[in-house]
Design a protein around this ligand. Structure first.
Ligand code: NAD
Length: 477
């Protein structure tokens, strides 16, 4: 329990797990085995920087090895601690089970403010941290495969992959030791956008079910829905961009570290992001919207969909009662504490839980890992064959129309789309869409078919825990 009277992040995850486990028929031994975190490695290492030795603390937690490799991001933030890393590792176990990626759960973190160091220094620190993990097989294509998380991205993943390759020069599958790499360094198209894209696909699937939409006291589809997003980093930016540019949502506020930008007519997300990039990640001074200094208070503004996409614990017992959004999609991990979850449920708020909502990242990471192991880009063999078959059909239709004087013409737009074979990006998006739809349906079935399941989070846990339990049982545990 923390000073705020709320459980810690890890305790919060365990309490949510317990709510679901209570409704399941698991032996107490198996239940405990699934809940606990298998191991957490803590490392303190020194790097000579700016003329002196700086000591850094990092963690790699393995929550469950019911499937290997285990998978989970590496976070760079000053707030990183063992409790947080273990909570995030547990969420990875349940997330991977829910979206059927064949991994156990893991997570890593380094206590560092990446903005304090220049690129060369960050590379030294990242490589040294990776070295410590690699030599203990805590980064390994068959055992433990990290990915980006808060404060890390493609650049850090490329350094980690290169470090692994330097230490394992004959490992032909070495590139699969980490995902989220840039495409030119063994990555896959669509990984950077994947988590935000997954949030979009999750919302689209939710809005395909009017019964579920009604539970959130909403109607219709995404068009015109008012959205508030917290965190315009990798996940928040892509989710906000796609929802506003492709689904007709109005992003009426964006909350960042230095305040919130508000515009009831909808913000131009690309424009805001460009401003942030040019001004050191700050919103202050942005000319086309109003800046509200108390960003956290904007979480409480009326909207249709609230998307916390920054960090954990932002909706807590202290503000849950004042949240007005009828639908919250947890793009970040653990943005709602256990206590707040209870308050929001009582108010009838529908929460699309983190383990599902942000699973787009691990899903596309899975595709990248498979690509690395198969050593070939997706679509390379089929794309032109697909185009040739489509062309055959179009030419035959045009011949029939002309021979029979039917006067049919295919529109140029249709022809272009039909004659374009799927490249890697199209295949990745299709695989992600399928994953998000299927996983939603598995949660939804439990939510609707059982009277004792009142929310999507418990439904998600039930689906995940049953799958993990099944794997353990089939191993003879
Ligand atoms: P990021 O570092 O790219 O972005 C985080 C953003 O949140 C930054 O713009 C930062 O300025 C902002 N922020 C930090 N503290 C804030 C505060 N107090 N109020 C408002 N904004 C704040 O990180 P990310 O990769 O987008 O991750 C965000 C969340 O999504 C995390 O919870 C992470 O675990 C989760 N997640 C990320 C991925 C991924 O693929 N990157 C996958 C699954 C889950």
């Amino acid at each position: 329990m923390q000073a705020s009277g709320e459980p810690s992040f890890r305790e919060s995850v365990d309490l949510m797990f317990n709510r679901a486990a209570k409704l399941m028929d698991l032996s107490p031994g198996l239940e405990q085995k699934i809940r606990v975190c298998n191991s957490t490695y803590t490392v303190r290492f020194g790097v000579r920087l700016r003329g002196k030795i700086e000591t850094f603390t990092g963690y790699r937690s393995v929550h469950s090895e019911h499937m290997e490799p285990v998978k989970g991001g590496i976070r760079f933030a000053l707030s990183v601690n063992q409790d947080e890393v273990e909570a995030l590792a547990a969420l990875m176990t349940y997330k991977c089970a829910l979206v059927e990626t064949p991994f156990g759960g893991s997570k890593g973190g380094l206590c560092i403010d990446p903005r304090q160091w220049d690129e060369h220094e960050l590379e030294q620190i990242t490589r040294r941290f990776a070295y410590e993990l690699i030599k203990r097989d805590l980064i390994h294509p068959a055992q433990n495969v990290p990915a980006p998380d808060m404060g890390t991205g493609e650049r850090e993943m490329a350094w980690i992959a290169d470090q692994y390759m330097r230490m394992n020069t004959t490992d032909i599958n070495g590139k699969a030791c980490v995902t989220g790499k840039p495409p030119h360094a063994g990555g896959i198209q669509g990984r950077v956008e994947a988590t935000g894209r997954g949030v979009q696909f999750a919302l689209r699937e939710f809005f395909r079910h009017p019964e579920d939409v009604a539970k959130a006291a909403l109607t219709g589809d995404l068009d015109g829905k008012r959205v508030i997003v917290q965190g315009l980093g990798n996940v928040g930016y892509h989710a906000a961009k796609f929802l506003s540019e492709e689904d007709g949502c109005k992003v009426i506020a964006v909350i960042e570290r230095d305040g919130a930008l508000v515009d009831p007519n909808g913000l131009d997300i690309e424009d805001v992001r460009q401003w942030m990039t040019a001004h050191g990640g700050l919103l202050a001074g942005y000319p086309n919207a109003t800046l509200v200094a108390d960003g956290a208070a904007v979480l409480e503004e009326p909207c249709d969909i609230l998307i916390p996409a920054a960090l954990e614990g932002v909706i807590h017992k202290g503000n849950a009662d004042r949240i007005k959004a009828p639908l919250i999609i947890e793009a970040a991990n653990g943005p709602i504490t256990f206590g707040a979850d209870e308050i929001l449920r009582r108010k009838g708020v529908v929460i699309i839980p983190d383990m599902y909502a942000n699973a787009g990242g691990v899903t596309v990471s899975y595709f990248e890992w498979v690509k690395n192991l198969s050593h070939i880009r997706f679509g390379r063999m089929q794309r032109r064959a697909e185009e040739a078959r489509s062309r055959l059909l179009v030419e035959e239709l045009e011949r029939l129309s002309s021979d029979q004087h039917l006067g049919w013409t295919l529109s140029p737009d249709f022809k272009e789309k039909f004659l374009t074979g799927s490249d890697e990006l199209a295949l990745v998006r299709s695989g992600l869409d399928d994953t998000m739809r299927t996983a939603y349906q598995s949660m939804r079935e439990v939510w609707h078919s059982r009277k004792d399941v009142e929310d999507l989070r418990v439904a998600a846990y039930i689906v995940s825990i049953s799958r993990v339990a099944q794997t353990y049982r089939s191993k003879g545990l």
